[in-house]
Design a binder for this molecule. Structure first.
Ligand code: CA
Length: 442
């Protein structure tokens, strides 16, 4: 992990980071299973559009895609020696690739840049529902002995593991049904992410070679994430464990393996035993919103001095813990102080809306309350074109936003704050429709 995250996710997630979300660490976990997977059409999956990708990348033009597809078998054969060096037998390789065809529909998904996107609160509404809370509690009860043993072994909160299970695939219900070998082979041979996916393809072959997951069960999202907690093949290699001791690391069909492997993943990514993920907080309107930055951690004691407190004045568990401030929807919405464990969740799923959904669902599973503060549901999420326009207008008025790209990063938020100060608004950096209107009027 922690390689360059592809712009796929950046594009898919652009609208998730509509507010004070800080610049994202790049990561390579694909979360496509939870981002409105294309509905299966009766009578078969949709075909490739035949169009060039929106990224404009030379490997994503329609002729380049066609040419790469035409030499797909040659590309596969070129990868055989690397697979052999990893201990993949010629027989395994043949069985997996002999009659394989590319899944070109994936090229559309790779370059998908949706014009309309959901708000932070829409994602939370979809991912943290009464039904998911009830189902999660049922699983916690049913597998109590396993969770006891896994918590003992890895020191990771069972509610977080269950919440990942719930958020990633609704407990296995929506993990996707694309064969991982075919998806990763397609992406390894065609399009703009071939180097990255070559490693995923080879790792998927290793899974088959070791007979860890049944071949017909090695299915998942278009990017190759599989199983109820959506392991990428390389993440599987790093984190999967055989907790039920049957000789196979089966994160798809063995619940003990699935729970323990997910816990092991968080543990290796720095989960602090006994710490929560973070806290909902109330932000004073006088706060310097430049402090709301993922790179700027302070102790909870210091945050209290800035007037950032929990709703109802509840105490923080340990005042010396370091946290960064996330204000996803500006002064009109709730704030969150994120502890080290939130970063561990972010490594699992690099989108803040998803990571917050995981933290919140975990709290609800253990009997916690809804957030105390409302979201500004009257706010409309800016479309991709509007985000671009906002950046262009800011730039035209002399604010530094970097190269306008429709992604609202820390430079853009800083520019918005400056503009808001100038027009007498609370400078929270939130890209609202009002800010855009005021810029248009100037
Ligand atoms: Ca096993």
């Amino acid at each position: 992990m922690r390689k360059t995250r592809s712009t796929i996710i950046a594009a898919l997630m652009a609208a998730v980071f509509i507010g004070g979300a800080a610049a994202q660490d790049r990561d390579d976990r694909y979360v496509t299973g939870t981002i409105s997977p294309p509905a299966a059409t009766p009578g078969g999956a949709p075909e490739w559009s035949g169009e060039s990708g929106a990224s404009g990348h030379p490997l994503m033009t329609a002729p380049a895609i066609r040419a790469a597809a035409a030499s797909f078998q040659i590309c596969l054969e070129r990868m055989w020696p690397a697979a052999g060096r990893r201990g993949v037998s010629r027989e395994t390789y043949q069985n997996a690739t002999a009659s394989l065809t590319p899944d070109l529909r994936i090229m559309d998904l790779l370059d998908n840049q949706p014009e309309f996107t959901k708000s932070f609160w829409d994602y939370l509404d979809v991912l943290v529902t009464d039904a998911r809370i009830a189902k999660g509690r049922e699983l916690l009860q049913k597998y109590r002995a396993t969770f006891d043993a896994v918590e003992q072994a890895y020191g990771v909160d069972r509610n977080i593991v269950t919440a990942i299970w719930g958020v990633e695939t609704n407990y296995g219900a929506i993990g996707g049904d694309r064969p991982v070998i075919r998806s990763t082979a397609t992406l390894a041979c065609i399009g703009r992410r071939q180097n990255y996916f070559r490693e995923e393809f080879l790792s998927a072959l290793e899974i088959l070679q070791h007979n860890d997951v049944r071949p017909d069960r090695l299915v998942g999202s278009w990017a190759g994430a599989f199983g109820p907690t959506q392991f990428m093949p390389t993440a599987f290699k790093r984190y999967a464990v055989d907790f039920d001791h049957d000789g196979r690391r089966d994160v798809v069909d063995s619940v003990p393996d699935l729970i323990a492997s997910t816990a092991n993943n968080l543990c290796k990514d720095g989960w602090v035993n006994g710490q929560t993920w973070g806290y909902e907080v109330v932000i004073p309107a006088t706060l310097n919103f430049a402090l709301a930055d993922r790179r700027q951690a302070m102790s909870l004691r210091e945050w209290e001095r800035y007037g950032v407190i929990r709703p109802g004045g509840k105490a923080f568990a340990r005042l010396d813990e370091l946290a960064y401030l996330l204000v996803p929807a500006g002064i009109q919405g709730p704030g969150f102080l994120m502890l080290a464990n939130f970063n561990a969740i972010m490594k699992y799923n690099p989108a803040e809306a998803y990571a917050l959904a995981i933290g919140h669902l975990a709290d609800r599973l253990r009997g916690g309350e809804r957030f105390a503060q409302d979201w500004p549901r009257y706010e409309r999420v800016l479309t991709r074109d509007e985000r671009l326009e906002l950046q262009q207008l800011l730039s035209r008025h002399g604010y530094d936003v970097g190269e306008p790209d429709g992604h609202l990063g820390s430079k853009t938020r800083s520019a918005i704050r400056d503009f808001q100060s100038k027009i007498g608004q609370v400078p929270d950096g939130f890209a609202s429709a009002v800010v855009l209107d005021r810029l248009r009027a100037r």
